[in-house]
Design a protein around this ligand. Structure first.
Ligand SMILES: *Cc1c(COP(=O)(O)O)cnc(C)c1O
Length: 479
């Protein structure tokens, strides 16, 4: 049986089994594949996992409780979970050159919470905590607990500001990290849009953070992690990098030397489903010093691990160790640069004037639009993106002034630099032809917009034509 037949058979059979119980779920799963096949997906945080990765998730591993770590579980009968968790961790260590890998986090946020706990537990001088760690929990008095909570709270975190491209979990108020930590941020140079390392050093000297966080969701450039580590060391901070967005570029050895966070950071967190192209989940990498604290993630911070997802992580990480993945990672960046060049040539304004990673941030104010208007007009035209704040965004985090686009998904599909130029043409056409709408009282709207439906329709068809030569999941036919 050829593998394409095997993959089609697997998904068809699965849907048949599901359809017998709740046909609407089977229909929705089928419809999702159709939608994904038909849309020009430029969401920088999304990708398409392989059939093997997807299939590894749909099985009886989902039925198993396995709190604890490999070989040291709070539940009996975990030998097969041990096998897949150990494999996923081994692939992760080898792939990233890390001493320790913890593959249980259910998502990127969870990975960050595990890391925060590990650093707090390791760094905060709280005698009550030492007692608690030594498992004399029952010996702690009420006063011990009171001081413990006080000592663990109000620790300081310095991270990249949200509007410069940092993530909510790096200490921002709407997220629990912003309630746990006293946070301050570093931004980017207003003139260049680039991180100003001298300013980061200055902020670190003034603020004396316990944790310095590197990493981003919307910064289109490389980050020099060697310099950030030096800054952290100069103030005695633990250096944490959240590589959720660009883990695939690290895995594929596009980011090496100063730009590879693993040798420089004390602790690294990531998602597994973005550029890394695995199942939806998270992971923590660290040296031996923090390994024990990180391994307390479950049940300290997390519920029972998801063994079916760890199985899929093992499969995806094995794929990422293949030479083809390094080629994929390089093509992600080539494509992002071709997309950026295509947009610049047509007159678009880009934050930092280009990219050297997988994402491009278009400042749509040059088209007279808000991010929200641009995002919706593009969606009407079959182009899926997301609006995103730009540095010092005048329109705030809801309407925004930017649109973030990224190439991991389209690169998986096989599109190349010629198609990126064609994509730039479609994006520019839509944005140049969209105008802001007005409210009922005649004032300008930040949400409404005017776009000729015939043009949206035409671009939609052009987008579909562009994708036609690059079938998504070519080995899968639901028939
Ligand atoms: C996406 C992202 C996360 C959160 O990942 P989830 O899996 O959605 O919880 C955390 N940090 C960064 C930098 C991200 O880009």
């Amino acid at each position: 049986m050829s593998s394409s037949t095997a993959e089609s058979t697997a998904f068809r059979s699965a849907l048949e089994v599901i359809r017998a119980v709740e046909p609407r779920v089977a229909d929705a799963i089928g419809a999702e594949l159709t939608d994904q096949r038909e849309s020009l997906k430029l969401i920088a945080s999304e990708n398409y996992a392989s059939p093997a990765t997807l299939l590894a998730m749909g099985n009886w591993f989902s039925d198993k409780y396995a709190e604890g770590t490999v070989g040291r579980r709070f539940y009996a009968g975990c030998q097969n979970v041990d096998t897949v968790e150990a494999l996923a961790a081994e692939h992760a260590r080898e792939l990233f050159g890390a001493a320790h890998a913890y593959v249980q986090p259910h998502s990127g946020i969870d990975a960050n919470l595990v890391a925060f706990w590990a650093v707090l537990a390791d760094r905060v001088e709280a005698p009550a905590l030492r007692k608690a760690q030594a498992r004399h929990v029952n010996d702690l008095t009420e006063q011990d607990w009171y001081t413990l909570r006080r000592e663990l709270g109000n620790q300081r975190m310095l991270g990249m500001s949200l509007d410069a491209g940092g993530h909510l979990t790096h200490g921002f108020r709407p997220n629990i990290s912003g309630k746990m930590f006293d946070q301050r941020s570093y931004g980017t140079d207003p003139a260049t849009g680039l991180i100003d390392y001298d300013r980061v050093a200055e902020a670190a000297r003034e603020f004396k953070p316990l944790i310095l966080v590197g990493g981003y969701s919307a910064y289109p450039r490389k980050v020099n992690f060697r310099i950030l580590r030096e800054i952290a060391d100069s103030v005695g901070a633990t250096f944490m990098v959240d590589m959720a967005h660009f883990a695939g570029l690290v895995a594929g050895k596009v980011f090496t030397g100063d730009f590879d966070p693993v040798p420089h950071a004390h602790i690294v967190t990531t998602t597994t489903h973005k550029s890394l192209r695995g199942p939806r989940g998270g992971m923590v990498l660290c040296g031996p010093e923090l390994a024990d604290q990180v391994d307390r993630g479950c049940p300290m911070v997390l519920g029972g691990p998801l063994p079916h997802v760890m199985a899929a992580k093992a499969v995806a990480l094995a794929e990422a160790r293949q030479p083809a993945f390094a080629d994929y990672a390089q093509r992600i960046v080539d494509n992002a640069q071709a997309l950026a060049d295509g947009l610049l040539r047509r007159g678009a304004k880009l934050v930092t004037g280009g990219t050297d990673n997988h994402l491009v941030l278009i400042d749509v104010t040059s088209y007279g639009l808000t991010g929200r208007q641009a995002e919706q007009a593009l969606l009407d035209s079959g182009i899926v993106t997301n609006r995103n704040a730009v540095p010092q965004d005048p329109n705030g985090a809801w309407y925004t002034s930017g649109v973030r686009i990224g190439t991991p998904a389209l690169t998986t599909r096989g599109l190349g630099t010629a198609e990126m130029d064609a994509t730039a043409e479609l994006i520019h056409t839509v944005l140049a032809q969209t105008t802001p709408g007005t409210n009922a009282d005649g004032t300008g709207s930040k949400a409404k917009y005017v776009l000729d439906p015939a043009l949206a329709d035409k671009v939609s068809h052009q987008a579909t034509d562009l994708l036609a030569g690059f079938p998504l999941y070519p080995t899968v036919s639901l028939g």
